[in-house]
Ligand binder design. Structure first.
Ligand SMILES: [Zn+2]
Ligand SMILES: [Zn+2]
Length: 132
């Protein structure tokens, strides 16, 4: 891995879980650490890290760009149509449901991306309801 790729990987990795970085965000941070780095380099590094399975690219319909996060447990994403915030939702399709779908349609599923859309907690002004 080249020094630049390493830098990009560290940037994505250092983010708190639940944060999602657009390539432009990664570039802004990278530039502060290494002035000479170009946007194309950052973009290529992200693509390569994704191929290596070190970062995940998430694309959420309606969002102006794709986002990157460290590869971790499966979860869904929520996009607020009001303020554009993207949040992690702790939900994954049940493995049994998934294999049933694959069997029924004779498909091999490699990846699942789930996205929910609506208004976030801040925008609804509601409090998170306690777990029952
Ligand atoms: Zn919102
Ligand atoms: Zn996420």
């Amino acid at each position: 891995m080249t020094k630049n790729y390493r830098l990009v990987y560290d940037i994505v990795r250092e983010q708190a879980r639940g944060s999602h970085l657009a390539p432009a965000d990664v570039f802004t941070i990278a530039k502060k650490k290494r002035q000479a780095i170009g946007f194309t380099t950052v973009y290529r590094a992200l693509a390569r890290l994704r191929e290596l399975g070190l970062v995940s690219e998430i694309s959420v319909p309606g969002a102006e760009s794709s986002y990157y996060e460290t590869t971790g447990p499966a979860h869904a994403h929520f996009r607020c149509e009001h303020c554009g915030a993207i949040e992690d939702i702790d939900y994954a399709l049940d493995a049994n449901v998934l294999s049933e779908i694959a069997r029924k349609h004779a498909i091999a599923v490699r990846d699942v991306s789930l996205s929910l859309h609506g208004k976030c907690r801040r925008c609804t002004g509601r409090a998170e309801s306690p777990v029952h």
